[in-house]
Design a protein around this ligand. Structure first.
Ligand code: SF4
Ligand code: MG
Length: 334
């Protein structure tokens, strides 16, 4: 595919009273047009900070220390804050877990949909209203004309999330960043929203960067998957490879903690222990205190990124053999 977003060696830190804490440690990945990349990991692994770095929406003590972020080959760090503001909601949009925080409670749905259209596309108010109705129809909201005059609190959670997606799509973004967009919704609505994102991705040839802790969501939407642990990318690959041939024990642990509806006797096997804090120094592999396969080497030497097969890499010493078997002897960038 054609690269839409490229993130190269991103390092993001937070300045705190305890000093500078690194939340994203040298992470590289890309999103192509018309594909969905899922970033997966536990809360605090750096997945949300990665997306906020891309959007330049970090808290005021957050700093991108180094690395490059390119959208359509354009380095985003060169843009002024004003240019970035224009880019957000235009070339790239973001949807969050809780739409109530992104929707303004005192403005009607219609007003909030029209505003970005008037701002970015310079259409008339009537045209903007017509486009708003069309957008609501596109995201599957019944009686869109009526909805325009309603306030966010008059809608259900699922409907609000659809409105959020309609707002995010208003300016035909080429990249949609979705951070846990369905976590707050019940399973039926969640499935509908994921279907909707899939449909729109295909229809509009959008690139989607989906952030989630839920492997069930990954199975529904991902073309490719990147797994993060304690600020680092630890595995990346096509979704079939991640599910059928996972290499990193942490990825295997995540997959084993998904309930299996077909097998009621299947026991959840959550990964024991906690992810290290940002200021915790752990020599060698950062997963080794929790890893049941940890070897002496793991406690001393950090594993490089081994290429297991085309597009599939893992940072684990166990993947070294697999990589060699396939003629890749490690440290090969994808
Ligand atoms: Fe476990 Fe060692 Fe692999 Fe780290 S490098 S995940 S400790 S086997
Ligand atoms: Mg988060």
């Amino acid at each position: 595919g054609e690269a839409l977003l490229e993130v190269k060696n991103l390092v993001t830190s937070f300045r705190t009273a305890e000093g500078s804490l690194q939340a994203v440690k040298d992470v590289s990945f890309h999103v192509d047009k018309g594909e969905t990349l899922c970033i997966v990991g536990e809360s605090g692994c750096g997945k949300s900070i990665t997306s906020l770095s891309i959007m330049r929406l970090l808290a005021s003590n957050g700093v991108i220390e180094s690395g490059e972020i390119l959208l359509n080959n354009e380095p985003l760090q060169k843009l002024t804050n004003e240019q970035m503001r224009k880019l957000r909601g235009n070339k790239m949009s973001m949807i969050f877990q809780e739409p109530m925080t992104a929707l303004n409670p005192v403005l009607t749905i219609g007003y909030q949909l029209r505003e970005p259209l008037l701002l970015h596309h310079q259409v008339s108010k009537t045209e903007a209203s017509q486009q708003s109705i069309e957008l609501l129809r596109q995201v599957g909201i019944p009686n869109p004309e009526k909805r325009l005059n309603q306030y966010p609190h008059e809608l259900s959670g699922g409907m609000r999330q659809r409105v959020m997606i309609a707002m995010a799509l208003a300016c035909h973004p080429s990249l949609l960043i979705a951070d846990e967009p369905t976590t707050a919704l019940d399973v039926t609505i969640q499935a509908q929203i994921l279907d909707l994102i899939n449909d729109l991705k295909e229809k509009l040839n959008m690139g989607v960067l989906m952030i989630t802790h839920d492997m069930g969501v990954v199975a529904e939407v991902a073309n490719r998957v990147m797994v993060m642990y304690a600020g680092k990318k630890i595995e990346e690959g096509p979704v079939e490879e991640i599910f059928n041939n996972p290499q990193h024990p942490y990825t295997i642990g995540l997959l084993n903690s998904v309930p299996n509806v077909d097998d009621p006797d299947f026991e959840l096997e959550p990964i024991p222990g906690n992810m290290p804090g940002l200021n915790e120094h752990i020599p060698g592999c950062r997963f080794h205190p929790r890893c049941k396969f940890a070897m002496e080497k793991c406690k001393i030497q950090e594993p490089p990124q081994f290429t297991v097969s085309r597009g599939h890499s893992a940072s684990c010493w166990l993947a070294e053999e697999e990589a060699k078997k396939n003629g890749n002897n490690g440290k090969v960038a994808i």
